[in-house]
Ligand binder design. Sequence first.
Ligand code: ADP
Ligand code: MG
Length: 355
Amino acid sequence: MKKKIKVGIIGGGQLGMMLAKASKRLNIIPLIYSNTKDSPAAKVAKVYYGDFDDIKKIKEFINQVDIVTYEFENIPTKSLKIIEQLVPIFPPVHALKITQDRIKEKKFFNDNDIPYVKTLILKKNLDLQIIKKEISFPSIIKTARLGYDGKGQYTINNYSDLLKSWNMLDKANCVIEEKINIKKEISIIGARTINGDIKIFPSFKNIHKNHILDITRLPSRTNKKTENLATEYTIKILNKLKYVGVLCVEFFIDSSDNLIANEMAPRVHNSGHITIEACKTSQFEQHLRAITNKTLGKVSIIRPAVMKNLIGNDISKINLIKTKKEFSNFKKANLHNYYKKEIKPGRKMGHITFI
Ligand code: ADP
Ligand code: MG
């Protein structure tokens, strides 16, 4: 019998939980590193507790695994350095560093001819002189680092909004993006193995509410030309980054049908939860296959589906949500509860996939 591979997963949230679940089909033993007790992943895997910057704990954790992956991007640099020295970590840290920082990410898009949102960079007071001349309104100001689910970003309608928002963001390094007139948002999830094999899922259609993903649909019903272009860009990104694992690229399609890259996530992605029911291989299994250099699974759609995030109080209104007209065409509703202790506004508590 083949030796089981031990995969360390940094982060014990719902993504870690679903990765751990998928690992069981692949002869992989998952071990989670989490900074909180009662993390969603604790329901399905052994959890190692420690702060993300506790080098001693991180080292102890790493000693117990063959390779490391992660479910969130904001791992402290000093911890990454240690991990990198001791054990293979996928996706590669150079890719993580680009996606951790919106300024680096835009530069990467720029250097690789991937169309992206018109962006101004705000790091210091002096930058405001140029920004004042070049900015158009409305725009969106976003912190370069540590933002997620719309946190750390504000829509700005005039120059005084900009100053106020930047102050609220503690004058952190920011990008200021033109506000796109969005017709549709899609995401593309692709996987690349250590050998360089690539598989790209069909695009997902995403609907956001208050800058947080609310609904994902598959198929996305995107026109062939745009779908092919988004796929082509994703393949290019995977190769340029010599990427290993699953990567998600979020795109806007504007009112003139231009495809514009928004951001990348070097990990399994909320929009990809739909693959559990809707595709031959789930994004979680695909990620684990890629980082352990197994043959990638097929990505074709086996049934149409729609995924509804349960955000905050939604988790106590499941029956009401199930009866909504927009989901009435579906026969079955699969509930994925993340078993988070406390309901908070904006917190992802679970999701339902209608098939
Ligand atoms: P996060 O890291 O929080 O996901 P995003 O940059 O993806 O941040 O922004 C979240 C959502 O906010 C997007 O999916 C989109 O709906 C909206 N948004 C972000 N940037 C823009 C923009 N430049 N123009 C229009 N809408 C935007
Ligand atoms: Mg996003």
